[in-house]
Design a protein around this ligand. Structure first.
Ligand code: ZN
Length: 272
């Protein structure tokens, strides 16, 4: 059973709440860390967001998200670079432990996934000096292969580990059970990720998933053996926050935020 003080609330879980409400909710329920999305930070303004997070004594487990490196033209690549630098600046201001990268899918008009993957490596490589000087580690989050076309062409932890091997210091991985639970190489690749695990995200895979993006389950409602994966992650040296990240348009986003937080706390005691 995981220590509830290790919970981090990824703000995507409470789409119905502003960042301020999320911060205050965490404080009320003894949750010690938060993983904000940039849009919620922008709504409030970076300075105010930083201030209220600090005032409530919350750690920032990660900022979501940078990435989206794939593009067919130079202008698109330049734009991604600028946007990622802005995300690094925000992560630094917030004191975030890392910036999560959703790396981008296949650019529109292309069918070349190998080229997209190469572009991702180049894109992260170009960003790395800036991230290192800002002391913001970059966390590559492999996404389930169903998102390879539109969101992320890095789809296994093995691929993410390969990129880390190639690029060296300043790049690590975020391991999200929703994306990697099915992978027969998972135990081996988590062990290989030792000392580069920057985040651990939990939710559950519902057997009768209704929507491939917005129907993630609450821990305990699906088929993922979260304690098993968590055990591997901890054996690989990760002791940081466990981020709860549940995109759930038809269920959890429609409920009262306090009920969602209470459910997270009770499920955490039993299923994490
Ligand atoms: Zn995640």
């Amino acid at each position: 059973m995981a220590d509830p003080t290790r919970i981090s609330l990824n703000t995507a879980t409470l789409q119905q709440w502003s960042l301020r409400e999320c911060v205050e909710g965490c404080a009320r329920y003894g949750i010690s860390a938060i993983g904000p999305w940039r849009n919620k930070v922008h709504e409030l303004g970076l300075d105010t967001a930083t201030q209220i997070i600090n005032d409530h004594g919350l750690q920032v487990s990660a900022l979501c998200r940078g990435g989206m490196f794939t593009s067919l033209d130079d202008a698109g690549q330049r734009q991604a670079f600028d946007e990622n630098r802005a995300a690094i600046d925000e992560a630094a201001a917030l004191g975030a432990a890392c910036l999560v990268l959703v790396v981008g899918g296949i650019p529109e008009g292309s069918k070349n996934i190998a080229a997209a993957r190469a572009q991702v490596v180049d894109g992260i490589g170009e960003l790395l000096d800036y991230a290192r000087s800002a002391r913001v580690p970059l966390a590559i989050e492999p996404l389930h292969p169903m998102y390879a076309a539109d969101r992320a062409c890095i789809n296994t932890l093995s691929q993410a580990n390969d990129v880390c091997d190639q690029l060296g210091e300043g790049v690590g991985v975020a391991i999200d059970v929703y994306h990697v639970w099915w992978d027969p190489e998972l135990e081996k690749e988590i062990a290989r990720a030792r000392n580069r695990i920057l985040g651990f995200h939990v939710s559950d895979w519902l057997l009768a998933t209704q929507d491939l993006l917005l129907d993630r389950g609450m821990m305990g409602d699906g088929v993922i053996d979260i304690p098993q994966i968590q055990n591997w992650v901890e054996k690989a040296g990760y002791r940081g926050p466990i981020e709860v990240e549940i995109f759930s348009a038809q269920n959890w986003w429609k409920r009262d935020g306090n009920e969602v937080l209470e459910t997270i706390l009770s499920r955490f005691a039993n299923y994490v």
